[in-house]
Design a protein around this ligand. Structure first.
Ligand SMILES: O=C(O)CCC(=O)C(=O)O
Ligand SMILES: [Fe+2]
Length: 335
């Protein structure tokens, strides 16, 4: 896939400044809303927040230490859950035919942390304060972005997006640490990248220093690489924000593909998925009603059963690969 396709780097993503959003700068909030409507992805400049930049470094160091361990040690952290514990490489289908995914993950749900749950693995418990501090930062930033979006749209009271994300209502907000091991030149490429999908989230906060992330640009209809930028997160709109905004916000299909045919360095990405309370509900584009929890569970079921993938593949992309490009294009032409 990577070898036959040209490398196209996206030039369209806007950069939003965290300090201006925090200061409730109206122009910056307007830029934010426009990015969520048109591209569905944007860079968030974090350089004004030395604490989160420092946490990013510390998280990567801890990920390296963790993932370096022998597989049998990491497998002791396997919990058979989508929200906490270890999952080895090759558990889900890959982006290329006949391949499996090329990443291993360690996940922790925010709720398990808040509860002090015994399900948290030893590896997580021993660094609990550090990981929780990262979750709190990522949560506060994504929550603040939701507030700015609600205000820009003139939403009030229980119709504001934050209302569906209130504590202590249970939610599946989760921190996912991903390691894509570099490819050995001698072996067949059976484990590669990350299948195309849209996110089961309201907003996704992603930190990565290595290339690989692509989105299906709604402006050009092409797969474009998103350049990793130091000091910048990549934020994208998830399914819930798209559905709850009546399709006004774009939850865009993305995947991970090595820049060259073989990935020549280890790739580490840190993903915080801000999710709604489990009982929040919405209608999908076909009009079917779902709770957030039902949508989460069903989408994961499809993800993990390659036999139903073709038939139900649209669920993975939230039925949007074709539809949404049209919605977004209409959005652009009507402006
Ligand atoms: O690893 C990445 O860069 C992307 C991961 C991703 O899309 C996800 O976890 O939803
Ligand atoms: Fe994703």
């Amino acid at each position: 896939m990577a070898i036959t396709e040209p490398i196209i780097v996206s030039k369209s993503l806007p950069t939003i400044h965290l300090d201006l959003l925090r200061a409730e700068n109206d122009m910056e909030s307007k830029k934010l809303l426009s990015a969520c409507r048109i591209q569905g992805f944007f860079y968030l400049d974090l350089t004004s927040d030395s604490e989160i930049c420092k946490l990013w470094e510390g998280m990567v160091a801890r990920m390296k230490d963790y993932f370096e361990q022998p597989l049998e040690v990491k497998m002791q952290d396997s919990r058979g859950s989508h929200n906490y514990g270890y999952i080895p490489v090759g558990t889900e289908p890959g982006p290329k035919p006949e391949t499996k995914d090329g990443y291993e993950t360690l996940k922790f749900s925010r709720r398990e942390f808040l509860k002090g749950s015994a399900d948290l693995t030893t590896a997580v418990r021993s660094e609990a304060d550090y990981f929780f501090s990262f979750i709190m930062h990522a949560h506060t930033i994504t929550f603040m972005i939701l507030e700015r979006l609600s205000t820009q749209l003139g939403l009030t009271g229980s119709s504001r997006f934050e209302a569906d994300h209130a504590d202590p209502g249970p939610s599946l907000s989760t921190l996912v640490l991903l390691h894509y091991p570099k490819h050995n030149n001698a072996t067949a490429l059976t484990n590669v990248g990350h299948l195309k999908h849209t996110d089961i989230s309201t907003l996704t906060f992603l930190l990565a220093k290595q290339w690989g992330l692509q989105f299906l640009s709604p402006e050009t209809n092409r797969w474009e690489f998103l350049e990793p930028r130091p000091g910048h997160a990549i934020i994208n709109v998830g399914n819930f924000l798209r559905f709850r905004s009546g399709g006004e916000m774009a939850s865009i299909v993305h995947r991970v593909i090595p820049l060259k045919e073989r990935q020549d360095e280890d790739r580490y990405s840190i993903v915080y998925l801000l999710r709604t309370n489990d009982d929040a509900s919405f209608n999908d584009p076909t009009g079917k009603k779902w709770t957030a929890k039902e949508w989460h569970d069903y989408k994961y079921e499809v993800f993990q059963s390659p036999t139903t993938l073709d038939a139900k593949g649209q669920i993975l992309t939230a039925m949007m690969e074709e539809n949404d490009k049209m919605v977004v294009r209409e959005g652009i032409t009507s402006e």
